[in-house]
Ligand binder design. Structure first.
Ligand code: NAP
Ligand code: MG
Length: 482
C-alpha cells in the first residue's frame, strides 16, 4: 500500500488536519493507497501559492516558455506511458489498453496546448475615431479545476493544458476515487520547469475540498467536469462572487440508426458507443434509437455480440470491460438494472458476476419507452436502452426529448438525411457514422443540462482568458468639450 501526498507550492505534503482517505483497486476491492483528505485550510494554502505564482512571475512568462514547459510535460507522459497507464488501470478499473490510449491522449493534449500558447492573439479593431483600438487577451488569474473519475489523467490534461497555455495558475482537485495518476505525474512538475505554485494538486472529498476551491475569493474561474447535480451546487456557490464557471456535465446521448446504415458497422458502433470504458463516459450513447424495419435483427445482433465481451480485471490485456470505479457506482448501476427489468425487456446481461471486484454485466434493454427512467436518467455504466422509431421526424423527436444535450450520433448512408438530422439535434457534439472519437482540436461541451463552455481546441483556452479593450488616442487636439 502506498502513501500519497498532495502537491502544494512545489512540495508534497499532508493535509493540515493529518486526515487521509483510502483509495481502492476496483478489480480486487483492496485498498492500494491513502491520500490526504484536504479541507479549507489546505485549499487556502494552495490558492495562496497559486496567487503568488501568478503575480510573482507566471503571468509574465513568455508564451514560448509556457509552451515549452507543456511540451516537456507531454514528453514525460510519453516516457512514463506504461507506468502511468498501469496506475490508471489499477485505480480506475478501466482496461489497460484504454489507459494506454488515455496517456497518449493526455500527452497529445499538452502538445496541442504547448503549440497553441504562442498563438493566443488579440485583434485590432476598425473604429470611426482617430484612434487605434485593440482587444488583447489576458490570463484570468488563479483557476480552480474539479475533475471526475472516469478519465482521471485525461480530464486533468484537458483542463491544465489550456489554463497553463493561457498563463493562469491552477488549483486542481482530482476525484476522490482516482487521484493517483495526477499525483504521480506531479512528481515531474519541478523537473520540467513548472515553478512552485503554478499547479497545485489538492486531494479530498467534494464538499470539504472542492467546495472551498469554488468559494475562495482569489479563485477567478471554476472549470468543472462531473454530474449535473454537483454542477448546480457549484454554479450556486460561484454566483456569490459572480465567478466565471464552465460546466461539462452528464448526458443521455442518442445513437440513431437508420435502416440504410451499414449493418455490421452499426452494431459495432452501438456497442462501442455505450460499453467503452465500462459505460462510464459522459458522452455514452446510452439511448440507441433503431428504425423499425431493422429493429429486431439489430437488437439480436447487439445482444449476441454483447455476450462475448470479455469482462475482467483491467490489467489483463484481453479484457474489454473492467470493473466499475467504486462500490457506490456498482450499486447505482445495479439499481438501474433492476428498474430496467421492470420498465423494459432484457436482451443481454442485467446482473453482476459473483465474486470480488465491482463488476456488472454489459446490459441491453429493448422496447424501452423514452419516458422510462432508464431512458431519462444518466446511469454511467454499461447499460444500453434500445428504442424503436418510425421515421426521421420520430427519431428527432425522441432524440431531443431529454434534459441533456452533450452528444449524439446518426448512422445512415444518405448524406442528405444525415445533415437534416444533424441540424435537428440539440447536442454539442454530433457524429455521423461513428460514436465517441474525440478530437483534441475540436470543441467539446454540451447544450441544455449538459452544461456550458467548451473545452479543447482554441475554445478551451478562451475559457481562461479575459479580453481587455485598449484605446489609444491619435488626435493631439484637446477633446474641446469645455
Ligand atoms: P461528481 O460526483 O459530480 O464529481 C465530480 C467532481 O466534483 C469530483 O472531484 C467530486 O469530488 C467533486 N465534487 C463533489 N461534490 C462537490 C461539491 N459540493 N463542491 C465541489 N466539488 C464537488 O461526478 P463523478 O461521479 O465523479 O463523475 C461522473 C459525472 O461526470 C457524470 O455525470 C458524467 O457524465 C460527468 N462527466 C462529464 C464529462 C464531460 O465532458 N461533459 C466528462 C466526464 C464525466 P468527490 O471526489 O468527492 O466525488
Ligand atoms: Mg462523487
Amino acid at each position: 500500500m502506498k502513501t500519497y501526498q498532495m502537491y502544494v507550492d512545489g512540495k508534497f505534503c499532508d493535509a493540515a488536519s493529518g486526515k487521509t482517505f483510502n483509495v481502492f483497486d476496483p478489480a480486487t476491492e483492496e485498498v492500494i493507497a491513502t491520500c490526504p483528505a484536504g479541507e479549507a485550510a489546505d485549499v487556502a494554502r494552495a490558492v495562496a501559492a497559486a496567487k503568488r505564482a501568478f503575480y510573482g512571475g507566471w503571468r509574465g512568462t513568455s508564451a514560448q516558455e509556457r509552451g515549452r514547459i507543456l511540451l516537456r510535460l507531454a514528453e514525460r507522459i510519453r516516457a512514463r506511458r506504461d507506468e502511468l497507464a498501469r496506475i490508471e488501470t489499477l485505480n480506475s478499473g478501466k482496461p489497460i489498453v484504454e489507459s494506454e490510449y488515455d496517456m497518449d491522449d493526455s500527452a497529445t493534449c499538452f502538445e496541442y496546448y504547448g503549440g497553441l500558447a504562442t498563438k493566443i492573439n488579440g485583434e485590432v479593431i476598425q473604429v470611426p475615431a482617430n484612434a487605434v483600438v485593440m482587444a488583447v487577451k489576458e490570463p484570468m488569474g488563479v483557476a480552480g479545476q474539479i475533475i471526475p473519475w472516469n478519465y482521471p489523467l485525461a480530464m486533468a490534461a484537458w483542463k491544465l493544458g489550456p489554463a497553463l497555455a493561457a498563463g493562469c495558475t491552477v488549483v486542481i482537485k482530482p476525484a476522490e476515487q482516482t487521484p493517483l495518476s495526477l499525483l504521480d505525474l506531479a512528481r515531474d512538475f519541478e523537473a520540467i520547469g513548472l515553478p512552485p505554485g503554478v499547479v497545485n494538486v489538492v486531494t479530498g472529498m467534494g464538499p470539504e475540498c472542492g467546495g472551498p476551491i469554488v468559494a475562495h475569493p482569489d479563485v477567478r474561474k471554476i472549470a468543472f467536469t462531473g454530474s449535473a447535480e454537483v454542477g448546480k451546487i457549484i454554479m450556486r456557490s460561484a454566483a456569490d462572487q459572480l465567478k466565471r464557471v464552465s460546466l461539462e456535465l452528464g448526458g443521455k446521448s442518442p445513437n440513431i440508426f437508420f435502416s440504410d446504415a451499414d449493418f455490421e458497422a452499426a452494431v459495432d458502433g452501438a456497442l462501442f458507443g455505450v460499453f467503452i470504458n465500462q459505460g462510464e463516459v459522459c458522452s455514452a450513447g446510452s439511448r440507441v434509437l433503431v428504425q423499425q424495419d431493422i429493429y429486431k435483427r439489430f437488437v439480436d445482433a447487439c445482444a449476441a455480440k454483447a455476450k462475448t465481451i470479455k469482462v475482467g480485471p483491467g490489467i489483463e490485456r484481453e479484457t474489454k470491460m473492467g470493473p466499475l470505479v467504486s462500490a457506490e457506482q456498482r450499486d447505482r448501476v445495479r439499481r438501474y438494472q433492476e428498474i430496467g427489468k421492470r420498465e423494459a425487456k432484457v436482451a443481454a446481461g442485467g446482473g453482476a458476476p459473483k465474486g470480488k471486484g465491482w463488476y456488472v454485466e454489459p446490459t441491453i434493454f429493448y422496447d424501452v419507452d423514452n419516458s422510462a427512467t432508464i431512458a431519462q436518467e444518466e446511469i454511467f455504466g454499461p447499460v444500453m436502452s434500445v428504442i424503436p422509431f418510425k421515421d426521421e421526424a420520430h427519431a428527432l423527436e425522441i432524440a431531443n426529448a431529454t434534459p441533456y444535450g452533450l452528444a449524439a450520433a446518426v448512422w445512415t448512408r444518405d448524406i442528405f438525411k444525415a445533415f437534416r438530422v444533424v441540424k435537428g439535434l440539440e447536442a454539442g457534439i454530433v457524429w455521423v457514422n461513428h460514436m465517441q472519437p474525440t478530437m483534441l482540436e475540436a470543441p467539446w461541451g454540451g447544450y441544455k443540462m449538459s452544461g456550458f463552455g467548451r473545452e479543447l481546441g482554441h475554445w478551451g483556452v478562451e475559457e481562461y482568458l479575459e479580453t481587455k479593450q485598449i484605446y489609444i488616442n491619435l488626435d493631439e487636439a484637446p477633446i474641446g468639450w469645455y
